[in-house]
Design a protein around this ligand. Structure first.
Ligand SMILES: [Ca+2]
Ligand SMILES: [Ca+2]
Length: 152
């Protein structure tokens, strides 16, 4: 009878091991979940003189992404009008994981004219995030400062 009890005990132990072993193995050899980067504008606003020609926008990627990160940076009209005050632009910015903590640049061409205007704005947004989430600021504004003076 004692031998029978011992046998049942061994079977129980074997059953518990069979159930637990896959769990232990999966924990030990689990691949870490992929890490995303965080992208944001470096500043929430930029200012440019109408005669400057271009303004360079910087977009920052931080974090410890496990693969390449990309985001599309695009302009849209605020009070400024694309084709009259600036040239619309949309560009994909890409970082390798080793480039975390660095900025990529995005250039907007400013169109000069002889009109007397108030300061006009261009809105900037980030979209089409790949392996990334949005940080703050996720939007930005470019202020185009007029350089024209009214005729006396
Ligand atoms: Ca001008
Ligand atoms: Ca002007």
């Amino acid at each position: 009878m004692a031998a029978r009890k011992k046998q049942i005990a061994w079977l129980g132990a074997a059953a518990v091991l069979t159930l637990l072993l896959p769990l232990v193995i999966s924990r030990v050899f689990a691949t870490p979940s992929p890490q995303q980067g965080t992208v944001s504008f470096e500043y929430s606003s930029w200012s440019v003189n109408e005669y400057d020609g271009t303004v360079t926008i910087t977009v920052l990627m931080t974090g410890s992404p496990t693969s390449a990160v990309s985001v599309t940076c695009s302009t849209s009209d605020g009070t400024a009008t694309a084709g009259e005050d600036y040239t619309a632009n949309s560009q994909v910015l890409t970082w390798q994981p080793s480039e975390a903590g660095t900025t990529k640049t995005f250039t907007i061409f400013i169109l000069n004219d002889v009109d007397v205007e108030s300061t006009e704005t261009v809105n900037l947004v980030l979209s089409n995030l790949v392996n990334a989430k949005l940080g703050s600021p996720s939007t930005a504004v470019v202020n185009i400062i007029d350089d024209d003076v009214p005729c006396p």
